[in-house]
Design a protein around this ligand. Structure first.
Ligand SMILES: [Mg+2]
Ligand SMILES: [Zn+2]
Length: 274
């Protein structure tokens, strides 16, 4: 079993093949408006605004759900996630998309139950049937002070929160973090020596890590597509489990050796003294 492994997935371009925000906007025919508004406001606010625009142009929640269900995903991702879950890994999502998109997609693919936690911007349908997307960090509270991340979400803080939430007996848990975007760089820096980061090759997080890999304490294993992600992830899970088993066996072995008894060694110690 791999119950001592926490696997943290980014969502867009890591679990699904594209960016879910762009996918919905493009598929519903609002790319031009999105591009027009893009320079005027932060991404998170822009998505909330775009959902308002979709609603005022007669696009319903059902239309959005239908588009989300068609999002491209590499065929190996779903079996890979199911297998990691079956092995006992604790799987979590950390994403700058939103709860509505992620929950809808994961449920559609039958893998929602594999994840113990989804950390992302809240998304909900209001009384008028409009999808609202809010920032993960309450912008009315003091800012998160991380200059690597956008104001609405610092993924590094989320990783720190997960690390801190582990009880003392879980402190030896090993993290595997998978991501592609620049927002995945900050959490990569927060991982420890015993952890692993899996940056997607030739994507922004990989470029950032490559600039100075010595800044990352975790071991770095790149991946390029869904097949590759499955192969690397499961090799790491296997290696970690084997490593832990070896440690377990050696501790068991030590237990079988009769404990050292102080009184037996005492006379010898005394004779040396003389
Ligand atoms: Mg991503
Ligand atoms: Zn950050």
């Amino acid at each position: 079993m791999a119950s001592n492994i926490v696997v943290v997935f980014d969502f867009d371009k890591t679990i699904v093949e594209c960016d879910s925000d762009n996918w919905v906007v493009d598929e519903l025919g609002f790319t031009d408006l999105f591009n027009e508004l893009f320079p005027t406001m932060p991404w998170n606010n822009l998505m909330d605004k775009m959902m308002m625009e979709l609603h005022s142009h007669g696009k319903t929640i059902e239309d959005i759900v239908e588009v989300l269900k068609r999002i491209p995903i590499n065929p190996r991702i779903i079996p890979s996630i199911k297998a990691a879950y079956a092995l006992g890994c604790d799987l979590r999502v950390v994403s700058d998309a939103n709860t509505f998109f992620i929950e809808t997609i994961l449920k559609h693919f039958g893998i929602r139950e594999c994840f113990s936690e989804i950390n992302t911007n809240p998304g909900y349908v209001d009384e008028e049937g409009r999808l609202r997307i809010l920032p993960y960090h309450d912008l009315n509270k003091p800012p998160h002070k991380c200059n690597l991340c956008p104001p609405n979400m610092c993924k590094g803080l989320i990783i720190n929160r997960i690390q801190d939430s582990l009880s003392p007996c879980e402190e030896n848990k090993r993290f595997i973090y998978l991501g592609d975007g620049s927002g995945d760089y900050c959490p990569s820096l927060r991982l420890k020596e015993k952890d692993f980061v899996m940056p997607r090759k030739n994507f922004p997080v990989w470029d950032l890590i490559c600039k100075d890999p010595s800044l990352v304490k975790a071991k770095i294993y790149e991946w390029s597509d869904g097949e590759d992600q499955e192969r690397v992830l499961h090799q790491l899970i296997k290696n970690i489990s084997m490593e832990e088993n070896v440690q377990l066996i050696s501790t068991e072995f030590k237990k079988q050796i009769p404990p050292f008894k102080a009184h037996e060694a005492l006379p010898k110690a005394l004779s040396i003294k003389i």
